[in-house]
Design a protein around this ligand. Structure first.
Ligand code: GLC
Ligand code: GLC
Length: 633
């Protein structure tokens, strides 16, 4: 079949059916130009998914009418910086925050704009803020209505005002696009429960036997919540697909009506004024019997189809992929026709692995395999987030280094949950799987690097080490190519918070240990440089400032450098006339260099941007315990 020809033919038919009478002449001509450009890329992705469906044409017509209507809608004032290449800028520093944990609600969050500015943040991810079930809503990731802000947080108008305030201050707004599932209280789910067949087809309902067949090959994500991936609905005598919690129903994208309906919800999210949409749990969106139902080829067709819709409706908005899966699969979501940005869960996990082992070979080998991505895309580099840490590296890579993947994950889980003698970390386990022995780790940055245990033991040296680890991790995270993303409170040295254990809706989900409501005292303590929190706040701010003042942090050219010790890690960023060498020592011992660093910087004197000291490279023989440097020529 000649897809290009078929696309042209279909588009002509669709245009003839559209009602464009409410579009002003300029809106209409812009709209037609955009759909003429955007139709074929969309059709090319939808055809493999729905080419066999008798009703595809109807759904396409509905979709394009939605685009036409959308083109007449007003959005909050856009951000002034219209540089399409903004993702590469050294000015970029992000933070992820819960509206009601960093402030009280959306309107009081406007008062935090000066704090973001002072910190140097220009990208704010607002954790899910839409209508969700009372009680447990998986931190808002169970959405009951994409078009309504949760009343606890304010109104849609408040959200638009916040977007305008952020934009006025040069800050981009990131919202979640939770499109793998809705809550069981979403209107579609309520209709399905009532027996409405049209809406039952929005989800995966099946018999116990069929669910059981799927369970043979599908990974369990929350094994402590429930075994398998299905929830039995007694009133329907059916099993519904629930990858996550039982109240999060997976959407059935085999039904083209679901695709169109979800695009319409996506357009509503964009009307709030967001600049980036975070594609939540995108690996799970396509399912086929006897497969793992993650990262399937058709999941990519589907995401590319969403991207083609985005390019038609709001080309300045970009997608960020949240694929916390095998590194090879993470990379497949990244591309100019799919997700422009992606979390970097591999480097995140391996930085923690290197801290525990004090060794960097697995970090190097994994980055060599997976760090390079297309030039028009960027990593979102992070150290901690609202979720758990999963140990997702490639076992063949670790195997080549003589590391048994299974055993090593067991070790890391024990290390970070304080079950390993001598560990500095105070993390908590998350979702231990009784069958596989697998588990993940939660905790704040400060607690995981040892600040908490050092404070408890009153040991100054341990505290010093813990603070150095924070500097080291940030020193790498702020210097790697990509956008560094902070997690709320980690810039303030916030420790684990156990109060979730008192809340029946939260106590089973240890991720709440790192989701503390920030208090006035958290912010003021960070101003006092004599406290560990104040030291952390100062060093984070200092590094952000340096990053934003030096365009070398935007350099495209990147190279890992191999040093003589397995405790060291180093890389350079370079332009034609400048080089930045980041070098870190993951051990608590000084490490001797086997030769001068001049060979990487092509000069004898370098400035360490972190301390502002000029260093004579030929005389620099050791890297101090847990030290990190930013040497620039
Ligand atoms: C993503 C979110 C996580 C949530 C899950 C289900 O992984 O980050 O918090 O539990 O999706 O929506
Ligand atoms: C799934 C998601 C991951 C998240 C986790 C929630 O594995 O892919 O992002 O961390 O669920 O704990």
């Amino acid at each position: 079949m000649n897809i290009s020809f078929e696309a042209q033919k279909t588009l002509k038919r669709i245009i003839a059916e559209l009602n464009l009478s409410h579009l002003k002449p300029k809106q209409k001509s812009d709209f037609l130009t955009r759909i003429e450009q955007g139709f074929e890329p969309l059709f090319t992705q939808l055809f493999p998914l729905y080419g066999e469906r008798y009703d595809l044409h109807f759904h396409l017509a509905t979709l394009f009418q939605a685009f036409a209507d959308f083109s007449t809608k007003r959005r909050p004032a856009k951000i002034k910086d219209s540089d399409p290449n903004w993702i590469k800028s050294n000015k970029n520093v992000g933070i992820a925050v819960y509206v009601d944990q960093i402030a009280d609600d959306l309107s009081s969050l406007i008062d935090k704009v000066p704090y973001f500015k002072e910190l140097g943040v220009n990208y704010v991810h607002l954790m899910p803020l839409y209508l969700a079930p009372e009680g447990n809503s998986d931190g808002g990731y169970a959405i009951s209505d994409y078009r309504t802000v949760s009343p606890n947080l304010g109104t849609n108008k408040d959200l638009k005002e916040l977007a305008a305030a952020l934009h006025k201050n040069g800050i981009r707004m990131v919202l979640d696009f939770v499109f793998n599932h809705t809550s069981d209280e979403h209107e579609w789910a309520l209709e399905a429960k009532k027996g409405n067949l049209e809406y039952q087809d929005y989800y995966y309902f099946m018999s116990g036997q069929e669910a059981n067949e799927f369970n043979q090959t599908v990974r369990e994500i929350f094994p402590q919540v429930r075994r398998g991936s299905f929830t039995y609905m007694p009133e329907m005598d059916q099993h519904v697909w629930t990858t996550f919690n039982s109240f999060q129903w997976d959407l059935n994208y085999k039904n083209p009506a679901v695709f169109v309906a979800v695009v319409e919800e996506m357009l509503h999210l964009i009307l709030n004024g967001c600049d980036v949409l975070r594609l939540d749990a995108l690996a799970f969106v396509w399912k086929e019997k006897w497969t793992v139902c993650e990262n399937l080829t058709k999941a990519h067709n589907l995401i590319k189809a969403f991207k083609a819709c985005l390019d038609i409706a709001a080309p300045e908005v970009v997608f960020k992929s949240e694929a916390i899966v095998h590194p090879d699969e993470v990379n497949k979501y990244i591309g100019s026709d799919e997700c422009t940005l992606s979390y970097n869960p591999l480097v995140m996990a391996l930085l923690w692995e290197s801290l525990a082992t004090r060794k960097t070979p697995l970090l190097y080998s994994s980055m060599e395999r997976s760090f390079t991505i297309p030039n028009d895309t960027a990593w979102i580099n992070y150290i901690r987030c609202h979720d758990d840490i999963g140990w997702l590296w490639d076992d063949e890579v670790s195997g080549r280094l003589g590391i048994n993947g299974y055993d090593h994950r067991l070790f890391l889980n024990q290390f970070y949950t304080g079950q390993f003698e001598g560990s500095f970390a105070a993390g908590v386990p998350f979702q231990a799987n009784p069958t596989t022995g697998d588990c993940r780790v939660c905790g704040t940055l400060a607690s995981l690097v040892g600040v908490e245990s050092a404070i408890n033991s009153g040991n100054e040296l341990l505290l010093e080490h813990a603070l150095r680890r924070i500097k080291l991790l940030n020193g790498i995270n702020f210097a790697l190519p990509g956008i560094p993303l902070l997690y709320q409170g980690d810039d303030l040295g916030v420790l684990n918070d156990d109060t979730y254990l008192q809340d029946p809706d939260k106590k089973e989900d240890s991720r709440w240990v790192q989701r503390k409501k920030l208090t006035e005292s958290d912010f003021t303590m960070a101003l006092d440089a004599s406290t560990p929190q104040g030291k952390i706040a100062q060093l984070v701010r200092g590094m952000i400032k340096v990053r934003q003042e030096n365009t070398i942090f935007a350099a495209d050219e990147f190279e890992l450098i191999h040093l003589n010790s397995e405790h060291l890690f180093g890389f350079i960023r370079k332009t034609d006339d400048q080089r930045l060498l980041t070098i870190a020592n993951f051990s608590e011992h000084p490490i001797f260099l086997d030769g001068p660093l001049s060979r990487y910087l092509h000069c004898n004197q370098a400035k360490d941007l972190i301390t502002n000291e000029v260093v004579d490279l030929p005389n620099l023989n050791i890297i101090e315990p847990l030290a990190v440097h930013w040497f620039i020529n």
